[in-house]
Ligand binder design. Structure first.
Ligand code: MG
Length: 356
């Protein structure tokens, strides 16, 4: 097949099986519809098993100490550039994996990591990144229990990639996952959205102005623990990373087979993020976050959840942003301040490549 014969890659409506859609493009790594298509058609079709098929942030694999089960998650970090306002690839590699383990209600305890280095990469910069990695481990309360490094010839990689795997214990009776949202539940976001995406985009140096936005990268496991220790009936926890709040909520709506309605004016967005998005034509609902979580739980527990979040680090600005409606095929509606309604879809293609 020649380049000119490759059809448009348009997500679920693309008529061709994935193998006939030509080469891998950046959109396949976006976390949006193209990623979902690729995962379903190339990986799940060949590797399906009950654990893989749950499509959650982490996998429950075996029963571990009495009353506990092991929760595992793995992630590759290829952010570019390696340093940006508010963080770097080291903090990202720890928090990204810690948070995915915590999103099943687990207490993250251990990490493994692989550092893939490009020949010629600065040892000084590597030291800064490993310092940051260690500091984030300390803050999260996790230990690196195994690690590996590899070096690739100059020009055949890009400075540094880090892959991390996280392990944690969760109470065996917990049932938290994207498939657990129920009609009548409230949807809460732990704080303002879009900061990480803007901070990384700005670090690439092509804004032409300073937004003053810092990445929100943070370990969220202590926030999750505060909610669970209080005995709240948590149905869903998920961190809206690639694809942003909108894509993540569409994932949850589809997994749970419910409609979700959001109130646009209740969604917290910092002023500099909003302004930068307006200037650049970006939608903050689709911008990546690395220190935020979506919490879905029964509406009558909203007050207690907010009270706890507001006194816990990284939850101070938590807000109720919507509610779970009736059972359906899974749609997300955005109620605007003008009384109109917009249907939110998954991110189509790629907005900002190499954001995490
Ligand atoms: Mg996640």
């Amino acid at each position: 097949m020649t380049q000119s014969n490759i059809p448009a890659l348009e997500g679920p409506n693309c008529p061709l099986p994935i193998a006939d859609r030509g080469q891998i493009v950046l959109g396949h790594g976006s976390g949006g519809q193209m990623t979902h298509d690729l995962v379903r058609d190339v990986f799940q079709s060949r590797l399906a098993n009950p654990i893989l098929n749950t499509a959650n942030d982490a996998a429950n694999i075996i029963d571990a100490p009495p009353g506990k089960r092991l929760v595992v998650s793995t992630d590759a970090h290829i952010v570019s550039p390696l340093f940006f306002a508010g963080g770097d690839i080291g903090r990202l590699a720890v928090c990204g994996t810690v948070n995915d383990v915590a999103m099943l209600g687990a207490d993250p305890r251990f990490l493994t990591a692989t550092f893939i280095l490009e020949e010629g990469f600065s040892i000084q910069e590597l030291e800064l990144i490993v310092d940051s990695f260690a500091e984030a481990c300390l803050e999260a309360g996790v230990e690196l229990i195994a690690a590996d490094t590899k070096v690739i010839e100059k020009g055949k990689s890009d400075k540094l990639f880090i892959s991390t795997t996280g392990f944690g214990w969760a109470d065996s009776q917990l049932q938290i996952g994207g498939e657990q949202a129920k009609p009548g539940d409230a949807v809460i976001i732990s704080g303002p959205i879009g900061n990480h995406g803007i901070a990384v985009a700005e670090a690439r140096g092509n804004f032409g102005f300073s937004s003053q936005v810092l990445s929100d990268i943070a370990p969220l496991n202590h926030l999750v623990k505060a909610l669970l220790d209080a005995g709240l009936d948590v149905h869903v926890l998920r961190d809206p990373t690639r694809g942003g709040l909108a894509t993540t909520l569409v994932e949850i709506a589809r997994q749970s087979q419910v409609n979700i309605q959001l109130e646009e004016e209740n969604i917290p967005i910092d002023k500099p993020v909003r302004k930068t998005c307006e200037l650049l034509g970006l939608d903050p609902l689709y911008m990546a976050n690395e220190g935020k979580l979506i919490l879905i739980l029964p509406a009558d527990q909203t007050e207690e959840a907010l009270r706890l979040m507001h006194i816990t680090r990284y939850g101070e600005a938590a807000k109720v942003i919507g509610q779970v409606l009736e059972p359906s095929k899974g749609q997300v509606w955005l109620q605007t301040p003008f009384g109109t309604t917009r249907v939110l879809e998954m991110l189509a293609g790629e907005m900002l490549p190499r954001i995490c």
